[in-house]
Design a protein around this ligand. Structure first.
Ligand SMILES: Cc1cc2nc3c(=O)[nH]c(=O)nc-3n(C[C@H](O)[C@H](O)[C@H](O)COP(=O)(O)OP(=O)(O)OC[C@H]3O[C@@H](n4cnc5c(N)ncnc54)[C@H](O)[C@@H]3O)c2cc1C
Length: 395
């Protein structure tokens, strides 16, 4: 089987989204491997690619039609993300836009939606950033120390965040902060609120940003809040309910990232298959050796299986059903499958896998992130153990 046949089979399997897949593949053809390789080498942001996606309306796919979007669901959004990665790109440059605007769409007031969504749909506003993680609390989100105190019709924010991505390429940011001290709430998940922060107003006026150099070309930052003032009308939903609102957004984030890992997984398998067919050593294609072909076959099976859970999570989310378990499991399975496919692809390429011009080492680094962010594997195990299996809570 050639790599071309492999892609055809994969496309036919999801006929419903074939048009979206083909359109994204057409767009991605304008941004070949060389483009993403150069962006990675320069540690730059793929601005031309993002502008093309916005221009073609892909980043407003889930905005309701009444606000100028296409009114599609998370499943369609996940296919868009998957295809970007499957074509060799990195949807991490844009995925925040999808799940952050979902938070606004589901929990924002009519006035907030009317104010922001038409401009988001028109590509005039980017809502790429979400600030949750803090340096001292890590995965223990309910202990965040960033506070927002209401004073004279405004919220005054103080604290610190870390690993907050795409700040330099966003107009708006979703911020999680404590509005009631932990000691004063009955449930530790209560008393936190989410806000829309206008980054243009905030930068230099109580918000400062320090970029973090990191292993992947992922623009991410430390944030310092020093009496940042946010208008009270930028509170999303009810004060104190922010963690609950955020969970929906986190489920969308995990599901979309699962789809990106699926895209990566297929990309690695296609490259490994192609190379295993072409590379001749000991007078035969290396792929003729079972020691080479079996790991590729195994990785393919794992990606296919993870893909089922990804579509299950998407369908539940789009049907407004609880999907926390499936979103977590999809992210776990897909991140594991893409990481295994990455290893196999590198191994299949031997020394050439390490050469930048093959793009494998770049995609290898990029897909590794998803074992850790946006939620680390252990925290998913903990969720499943406690919430699905009824085992004692471990922390
Ligand atoms: C490139 C990048 C981009 C990011 N972008 C964003 C962003 O835009 N917005 C944002 O809010 N955050 C962002 N993050 C943060 C990311 O969500 C966190 O890094 C992730 O949730 C893990 O948290 P932590 O790094 O604080 O690890 P920690 O919570 O310190 O955990 C460290 C390790 O210990 C393990 N561990 C901790 N507690 C337990 C336990 N009880 N049982 C078993 N194991 C445990 C974890 O699984 C992990 O492996 C980003 C991170 C990276 C690296």
């Amino acid at each position: 089987m050639t790599s071309g046949q492999t892609i055809t089979i994969m496309l036919n399997a999801d006929d419903e989204y074939r048009e979206i897949r083909e359109a994204i593949r057409d767009l991605c053809r304008q941004f070949p491997d060389e483009y993403f390789r150069a962006i990675d080498a320069q540690r730059a942001y793929p601005e031309a690619f993002v502008a093309a996606l916005i221009g073609a309306g892909w980043l407003s796919a889930i905005v309701p039609e009444e606000y100028g979007g296409s009114g599609l669901g998370l499943t369609a959004a996940s296919v868009i993300m998957e295809e970007i990665n499957r074509c060799g790109g990195n949807a991490a440059a844009v995925h925040g836009q999808m799940y952050n605007m979902g938070t606004l769409m589901r929990n924002g007031s009519a006035a907030q939606k009317a104010r922001y969504l038409p401009d988001i749909a028109a590509g005039k506003l980017r809502i790429q950033s979400m600030a949750v993680t803090e340096p001292t609390t890590g995965s223990d989100t309910t202990r965040i120390r960033t506070t927002a105190v209401k004073r004279d019709g405004r919220y005054v924010v103080n604290g610190q965040k870390v690993w907050i991505s795409r700040i330099q390429h966003s107009d708006l940011m979703i911020l999680l902060a404590r509005t009631t001290p932990l000691a004063e709430v009955t449930r530790k998940s209560a008393g936190m609120s989410i806000f829309i922060v206008d980054l243009h107003d905030a930068l230099g006026n109580g918000l400062s940003v320090r970029p973090i150099a990191n292993m992947v070309n992922h623009e991410t930052n430390e944030l310092f809040f020093d009496n940042l003032e946010i208008p009270a009308e930028n509170l999303i939903g009810e004060e104190g309910q922010g963690f609950r609102y955020l969970l929906d957004g986190l489920n969308a984030e995990r599901t979309l990232i699962a789809a990106e890992c699926i895209g990566d997984g297929y990309w690695f398998i296609e490259r490994a298959t192609r190379y295993a067919n072409e590379r001749v050593v000991f007078d035969r294609p290396i792929g003729q050796n079972q020691g080479v072909q079996f790991p590729i076959a195994e990785a393919f099976i794992e990606v296919e299986a993870a893909n089922l859970m990804r579509f299950k999570a998407c369908a539940l989310f789009d049907g407004q059903q609880p999907c926390g378990a499936e979103a977590n499991m999809a992210k776990y399975l897909a991140a594991k499958a893409s990481w295994e496919a990455a290893n196999v692809c590198l191994q299949t390429h031997g020394g050439f896998g390490f050469a930048t011009e093959y793009d494998i080492e770049r995609k290898f680094r990029e897909t590794r992130l998803y074992q850790v962010a946006p939620i680390s594997t252990n925290l998913i195990f903990s969720y499943v153990a406690e919430h699905l299996l009824g085992l004692p809570r471990s922390f």
